[in-house]
Design a protein around this ligand. Structure first.
Ligand code: AMP
Ligand code: MG
Length: 410
């Protein structure tokens, strides 16, 4: 269903996402990168397997390898050798013979079955097999990956698991897109840098360290430009500097309609505003646009709003800009176990907690505080509850889409 914006002047999130993606041209420059540095980088070419994995039929168990037809003839076989991982049995099995084999050991010519040692009785070299089924415990060559198979597609962001996959193929380096450089600064006369003594008329700059960390997690290089006072000329100078050195500039604060909120004004003069008021909560005042050479996000000042808009709006944009086309996480339907307060007109990204109840049903309850000033409320939550724009308050028992907070490791 296409959302209608019934709040004047606010753009529905779906429309904003379309405008944003249309405004972005993914970077094309690529270079070669060793596996040791490739995690979180975006692959610039399809990765095709140069070999099959495993390269040879091998044993999935510690036990004995033999020909099944021999076992049918007599369940006591004679052990004539060994095949350990990395040390093969070079001979060929004859009738009535078996070999000792360890997990990963190559299956010798003439064998077609492995029995695990727990199902055998050994008397010197005489091995009696209690029970076996044909083809047991053999990992066939190419079972994991066939030669010539597409392993990772262009545009995929490399995870630690992918590093293992590439290593299993003997691929030492991959072509990756250039890392993004993202400049970050905070605006506000009230902000103190972390490390300076606390003052009761100031607040610590929370957004910048948080955004720098979030950007690092995304695999971007960060240009930290510090705190800029609420001064139009200083903000403009910082934006001009950032525009030269970065692919994207992210600021926080100064995008609402307060007297000291210059960011959007400067964007209008120096670049192009694509949107600056979204029908979302939290994060209504959010400016997105283009500077002469870079993209621009003016995130709201409240730390919760900064975090949520970074997660849901800036992150997909930065991934796309970086050449990444991984499918976004899919929301999961959960049953509301508490009421969720909401007014129609904006899409809500409420902090929430999901769990599985005694009946095995995925449930979600809202966080007590949805204030955009209460950053600590994230710590008792494990997901967003996404409440659609036209939706009103949610009653217990209604289905709500959730998006678990996640740290991608695979
Ligand atoms: P603004 O959008 O500049 O009006 O800021 C909205 C609210 O967020 C104000 O209460 C600011 O003090 C607060 N705020 C702005 N920037 C930051 C920041 N970097 N860290 C923590 N709070 C901030
Ligand atoms: Mg401000």
């Amino acid at each position: 269903m296409k959302a209608n914006c019934d709040t004047p002047g606010l753009m529905p999130i779906e429309q904003a996402m379309n405008i944003m993606m249309d405004a972005i041209v993914p970077i094309a420059e690529a270079s070669t990168c060793y596996l040791s540095h490739a995690v979180d980088r975006v692959i610039a070419q399809d990765i095709i397997s140069p070999i099959q994995v495993p390269a040879y039929d091998n044993s999935a168990m510690d036990g004995y390898a033999f020909k099944y037809a021999d076992y049918l003839a007599s369940n006591t076989l004679v052990q004539v050798g060994k095949s350990f991982a990395g040390s093969n049995f070079e001979g060929q099995l004859s009738a009535g013979q078996c070999i000792r084999i360890m997990t990963g050991g190559a299956i010798p010519v003439g064998a077609d079955t492995v029995v695990m040692q727990e199902n055998t009785v050994a008397d010197g070299h005489k091995i009696t097999i209690m029970h076996a089924s044909k083809g047991d415990a053999i990992r066939p060559a190419g079972d994991d990956i066939q030669k010539g198979a597409l392993v990772l597609p262009k545009g995929h962001r490399i995870t630690p698991l992918d590093i293992g996959l590439l290593a299993s193929l003997g691929i030492p380096s991959v072509k990756v897109f250039r890392q993004l450089t993202v400049a970050v600064f905070s605006t506000g006369d009230e902000l103190l840098p972390v490390g300076s003594p606390a003052r009761n008329d100031r607040i610590y700059d929370t957004n910048r360290p948080m955004l720098v960390a979030m950007l690092s997690r995304l695999g971007a290089k960060v240009l930290d430009l510090g705190i800029i006072a609420d001064d139009k000329a200083l903000i403009r100078a910082a934006l001009e500097h950032a525009n030269i050195h970065a692919d994207c500039v992210i600021t926080s604060g100064g995008v609402s309609v307060g007297e000291a909120d210059y960011t959007r004004e400067i964007l209008e003069e120096y670049g192009k505003v694509e949107f600056w008021k979204l029908a979302i909560k939290p994060g209504k005042p959010l400016a997105f646009g283009k500077l002469p050479n870079s993209l621009f996000f003016g995130l709201p000042g409240n730390p919760v709003s900064s975090a949520v808009t970074f997660d849901h709006i800036a992150t997909p944009a930065l991934k796309f800009l970086a050449g990444c086309n991984d499918v976004p996480s899919m929301p999961l339907p959960a049953v509301a176990s508490s009421a969720f307060k909401k007014r129609p007109g904006r899409t809500d990204y409420q902090r929430a907690y999901y769990f599985v109840d005694k009946k095995g049903q995925l449930c979600v309850e809202t966080s007590v505080s949805q204030s955009s000033g209460v950053l600590s409320s994230f710590k008792t939550c494990n997901c967003y509850a996404i409440l659609e724009q036209d939706r009103a308050s949610v009653c217990i028992g209604e289905v709500v889409n959730i998006l678990p907070f996640s740290v991608p490791i695979i």
